[in-house]
Ligand binder design. Structure first.
Ligand SMILES: O=C(O)CCC(=O)C(=O)O
Ligand SMILES: [Fe+2]
Length: 376
């Protein structure tokens, strides 16, 4: 690794105060906010936002809903099983998903922006010539008997979509680009997960403690995570370049914000998706709510790589934010979207989803199932 300070050797997660970037703040405050953001984007890949403007009740309503939803009887959970949904929306149980070769110890409800299914409206199985990945778009499964769920979740998705756009403007400015630069990459569909890590007995066995294994977020442009348990309940950690796990504690009133893999591709590796995991260290259960800002399904690899290449190609940030040359090999991009053989973000997403939920893949995507699960 040499004597040079590695680019990602952060030891704590920066806090970005969005109040400093509102229209009423001074240019100097805004500049300092953008400089901090630039550091977080290019050196850490993880940050907190505070004073983010999402109404308190939009958040507390979700927090209140969580224990009630996860306490639903199994029969009610199964009525909205993810296995029913070609859109990969619904409930999946503890141990249903694998990350880094081990089962994750968590159960989750997956929701998305409420949309109609348009794919199946065409000729039988043909979706009117629409690409198969358009089938990712479709309605939620709302748990029967819990009528409060829909308004609470819809409001939260709406608010987070709004925060996400506001944040993207600042990101663009921090990267010396016009504020709306990143909007053209956004999808009509954002995804939201409600996650419950059950209480685990204290153990040294890593298999028992894996809430979710080490991963980079692959399903969104940016992730906005609500840590929805009291602050003493820990577990989330981010990996720095020296291989140390850095705690990401729950700061009340904050969202944890991290870069998704598509954003890394579009910024030519200047803004990296940082590896993270959840390790259950204490005896208590934990709740979290990640919002995955959606990437346009028809985004092609060529567009993703090429659109801003000129801007980012010779980029490096010194501590003063200046541009200097940084060799490309120092920012190799590790992306299944780039490495895979699929041309569009939608197809690459569909492959990822089918591989992690094979029952759904077999049931609804028989025409591509074998190819997708065997293509590596
Ligand atoms: O539960 C958390 O804090 C993080 C979850 C996560 O990283 C994910 O679902 O992608
Ligand atoms: Fe994640």
């Amino acid at each position: 690794m040499g004597h040079q300070a590695p680019a990602l050797d952060f030891t704590e997660i920066p806090i970005i105060n969005l109040a400093l970037a509102s229209s009423s703040t001074s240019p100097a405050d805004k500049e300092s906010c953008l400089a901090q953001l630039r550091h977080a984007l290019t050196n850490v890949g993880f940050l907190y936002v505070v004073n983010h403007g999402v109404p308190e009740t939009a958040i507390s309503n979700v927090i209140d809903l969580l224990p009630r939803l996860f306490a639903m009887p199994d029969k009610a959970k199964n009525a909205v099983a993810l296995g029913n949904s070609p859109h990969f929306l619904g409930f999946s149980g503890d141990g249903a998903e694998m990350t880094a070769g081990k089962a994750d110890r968590r159960e989750q409800f997956e929701f998305a922006t409420e949309l109609e299914e348009i794919w199946e409206s065409g000729a039988a199985g043909g979706g009117l010539g629409m690409p198969l990945y358009e089938r990712l778009r479709g309605p939620n499964q709302w748990p029967p008997g819990y009528p409060e769920t829909r308004p609470v979740i819809e409001r939260y998705i709406h608010e987070l979509a709004h925060l996400g756009e506001r944040f993207l403007r600042l990101v663009a400015e921090a990267l010396f680009l016009p504020p709306e630069t990143f909007f053209s990459f956004l999808s009509d569909q954002h995804r939201l997960k409600l996650v419950h890590y059950p209480a685990t007995p204290e153990t040294d066995n890593d298999n028992e403690r894996q809430g979710v294994g080490p991963h980079k977020d692959s399903s969104g442009w940016w992730t906005f995570l609500l840590q929805a348990s009291p602050p003493h309940v820990r577990g989330l950690q981010a990996l720095n370049k020296q291989g140390a796990w850095v705690d990401v504690p729950n700061i009340p009133g904050s969202f944890v914000v991290n870069i998704g893999q598509a954003f890394e591709v579009v910024t030519n590796g200047v803004c990296k998706a940082t590896t993270h995991r959840v390790v259950m260290t204490g005896p208590e259960e934990r709740f979290s709510v990640p919002f995955f800002q959606g990437v346009r399904r028809d985004l092609t690899r060529g567009e993703a790589v090429g659109s801003l290449k000129g801007h980012f190609e010779s980029w490096s940030t010194g501590s003063d934010g200046s541009h200097a040359h940084q060799p490309q090999q120092e920012r190799d991009i590790d992306s299944p979207f780039l490495k895979g053989k699929y041309e569009t973000w939608g197809e690459s997403q569909l492959r990822t989803k089918i591989r992690s939920h094979r029952d759904v893949g077999r049931k609804f995507y028989g025409q591509v199932f074998e190819e997708y699960v065997n293509d590596d």
